[in-house]
Design a protein around this ligand. Structure first.
Ligand SMILES: Cc1cc2nc3c(=O)[nH]c(=O)nc-3n(C[C@H](O)[C@H](O)[C@H](O)COP(=O)(O)O)c2cc1C
Length: 194
């Protein structure tokens, strides 16, 4: 491990501990952005925007309702800190509190659930979302982006957290990795000597 990386992990530690301890927040129901097709909901989680583009494309094409899944406590701006926090949460089976829940989930027939792969699985907040919303009898259509390593074990997470939903074949797409962009920009910066 490089000195720089270990220093960053030490700096990240208090952030991670406080994030993991924060289990008391209960999410209030929020309004979704309304389409005219009120039986369809597109719910999405995104960090760097790839998944939002896909969610928005589906939502506009089908004139569905739209809901952004957000944690009550935002993940760090720093990419490496987020990777580390996500890894810890995954390993502990931690389900972070949601900032808000969908007001009337019962009114939808089909829920498109759009998310990026984090640590070879669905992000922890997706487990929180599924835990907080009863999708029994509904069709669940996953829309998944990943950075080149595929959907991992996300299918089994969906199955275990939405056991009574009818889960359709997922749409899966490779999309840009923030890490690649960061590395490219950092390399360029160091060449400039700035
Ligand atoms: C915390 C974190 C963990 C990630 N883990 C993986 C992974 O295990 N496999 C993979 O292929 N991509 C991984 N990625 C890359 C993202 O899945 C990919 O870039 C995705 O399209 C990002 O979507 P977004 O722009 O909607 O946030 C990870 C990204 C982050 C931020």
């Amino acid at each position: 491990m490089t000195a720089d990386l270990s220093r960053r992990m030490v700096l990240a530690a208090p952030v991670l501990l406080s994030a993991c301890a924060d289990t008391s927040v209960s999410a209030a129901p929020a309004d979704v952005k309304q389409g005219t097709n009120s039986k369809l909901l597109v719910a999405y989680f995104t960090r760097s925007g790839n998944t939002k583009v896909i969610a928005g494309t589906v939502q506009r094409a089908l004139v569905a309702d739209l809901f952004e899944i957000r944690p009550a406590k935002a993940y760090p701006e720093d990419y490496e800190q987020t990777v580390e926090q996500a890894r810890q949460e995954r390993d502990r089976g931690y389900e972070p509190p949601l900032a808000a829940t969908v007001k009337d989930i019962g009114s939808y027939d089909t829920v498109f659930l759009a998310f990026p792969i984090w640590g070879e699985t669905a992000p922890p907040i997706i487990r929180s979302f599924l835990k907080a919303h009863d999708l029994s009898g509904k069709t669940l259509r996953p829309l998944i982006t990943h950075g080149g390593f595929g959907p991992g074990n996300s299918a089994s997470v969906l199955k275990s957290h939405a056991p009574a939903a009818r889960i359709e074949q997922p749409f899966i797409m490779e999309a840009d990795q923030e890490r690649r962009t960061l590395n490219t920009v950092t390399g360029w910066l160091s060449q400039t000597g700035l």
